[in-house]
Design a protein around this ligand. Structure first.
Ligand SMILES: [Zn+2]
Length: 205
């Protein structure tokens, strides 16, 4: 099963990807995690990644694809937060011999995206994000914070970036006939049930 999850920031892609990973034994690929992990490696590739991240720059596609290649080839996976734009989507198609089975677009309106991001808290140590009100991290017990870049101005900017670069992927995958929509204004468990139903209907779940 090779899945891509699309949707605006805070649509719940990461949560659903984790659930799918557990249910179907998929590799959950979140590019942020892959980059962070690569940056910890003491090898030339890791050093390159580290350099971009320390400067706060985007890691260029060729480097990102080198890292992704080994994780994707011949595996069952769920991609979350990638591809981010048409160029990446086209490159991904060339990389995957068997293609993508299904692209699931989690639909959430802008107002909800804004509210969800404004509310969320992050653990400064392990990076886990919490949507609900909470004092300390479940995993490591560290005090939770609001991220600096979760202020109204940057949230709006992120929504704009999504609309400009990522939103066009919907019609890209629609034309390929592999795009399906899921309503995202529900609880994570309800969304997951909808996804399971969809996968069954498509004959891949
Ligand atoms: Zn933590």
């Amino acid at each position: 099963m090779r899945l891509v999850l699309l949707g605006p920031p805070a649509a719940g892609k990461g949560t659903q990807a984790e659930k799918l990973k557990k249910k179907f034994g998929l590799v959950h690929i979140a590019t942020g995690d892959i980059l962070r992990k690569a940056a910890e490696e003491k090898n030339p590739l890791g050093e390159k990644v580290r350099n971009f991240m320390e400067k706060g720059e985007l890691v260029p596609d060729p480097l990102l694809f080198t890292l992704l290649e080994n994780k994707l080839r011949g595996r069952d996976f769920v991609l979350d937060g990638f591809p981010r734009n048409l160029t990446q989507a086209e490159k991904l198609d060339r990389l995957l011999e068997d293609g993508i089975d299904l692209v699931i677009n989690i639909k959430v309106d802008e107002k909800t995206v804004f509210e969800r991001i404004s509310r969320r808290l992050i653990c400064p140590i392990c990076g886990k994000i919490y949507r609900e009100k909470k004092q300390k991290c479940d995993i490591c017990g560290t005090k939770l914070f609001r991220r600096d870049d979760d202020n109204p101005e940057t949230i709006l900017k992120r929504i704009e970036v999504y609309k400009k670069y990522t939103y066009p992927l919907i019609s890209y995958y629609e034309k390929k006939g592999i795009l399906r929509h899921i309503q995202g204004n529900k609880s994570p468990e309800q969304i997951f049930q909808d996804i399971l139903l969809l996968l069954k209907e498509e004959g891949i779940g």
